[in-house]
Design a protein around this ligand. Structure first.
Ligand code: URA
Length: 236
């Protein structure tokens, strides 16, 4: 139970966040206490009891608007917000959109995306059952690495997506994702294969699918990492 001051502080933080995202009101709706478990059997997050995750993601997308918070907005065609099940137990977080994603407005739809989709299928899931997002939502020119200020401008969005979805496990695809989310600069080759934590959620860093396309001999390492993810999702 929160005391009065804690509630005030939580509300202040929520209002600050939404106003930063351009909201002029707090997107709350009637909180239902009706039972039922989400389809993937995941417990409802404490902060989101009774709220509809899909609606919350919709509000967040709406708040993103035609974002101009960093220079990447100048060259992008589409904001690539993320897609998948709002009830997902597993969330994949990549780096940022490439050319195909920028054109289609969807994450991981190019060659690296096709490999990711195959990996998800090999894990026994459908792409629509997981949630796929990126650290940055707009394509950098010529696919260069995102800069620190661009990551800082975009990070609150993926953080909010994680908070809403509250997955059981997060997979960080590649070093940009792992470094941004986990606040480390340890090379991905050393980070991968071991669980770390993001706000209490287990995070498995692994190689980016684009790296695996260039280095197929390392695919088995990512497959190994995904075995651990599947174990963790079963409660292991
Ligand atoms: N690479 C990424 O990191 N994200 C995408 O959406 C596509 C390619």
């Amino acid at each position: 139970m929160y005391n009065r001051n804690e509630i005030k502080e939580q509300l202040r933080k929520a209002m600050e966040f939404y106003s930063e995202l351009g909201f002029e009101y707090l997107p709350v709706r009637n909180i239902s206490t009706a039972g039922g478990h989400p389809p993937h059997g995941k417990e409802t997050a404490g902060g989101h009891a009774g709220k509809d995750r899909g609606e919350e993601l919709g509000s967040l997308r709406a708040a993103t608007g035609e974002c101009r918070r960093c220079r990447l907005s100048e060259g992008r065609r589409n904001i690539v917000f993320g897609e998948g099940s709002p009830e997902a137990g597993l969330m994949f977080i990549g780096e940022g959109p490439g050319r195909d994603e920028d054109i289609q407005g969807r994450p991981f739809v190019g060659d690296a995306g096709k490999l990711l989709t195959k990996l998800i299928a090999k894990m026994g899931m459908k792409r629509e059952e997981v949630y796929i997002a990126n650290i940055i939502k707009c394509r950098p020119p010529l696919n260069r690495n995102p800069r620190e200020d661009e990551i800082a401008a975009c990070l609150p969005f993926v953080e909010k997506q994680i908070e809403i979805i509250n997955p059981r496990v997060i997979v960080c695809l590649g070093k940009v994702s792992a470094h941004a989310l986990l606040g480390t600069d340890i090379p991905i080759s050393r980070l991968r294969g071991n669980f770390l934590q993001y706000r209490g959620i287990p995070v498995m860093p692994t190689f980016h699918p684009a790296y695996l396309l260039r280095n197929p001999k390392d695919k088995w390492l990512t497959w190994d990492d995904m075995q651990k993810v599947l174990e963790k999702m079963k409660g292991g």
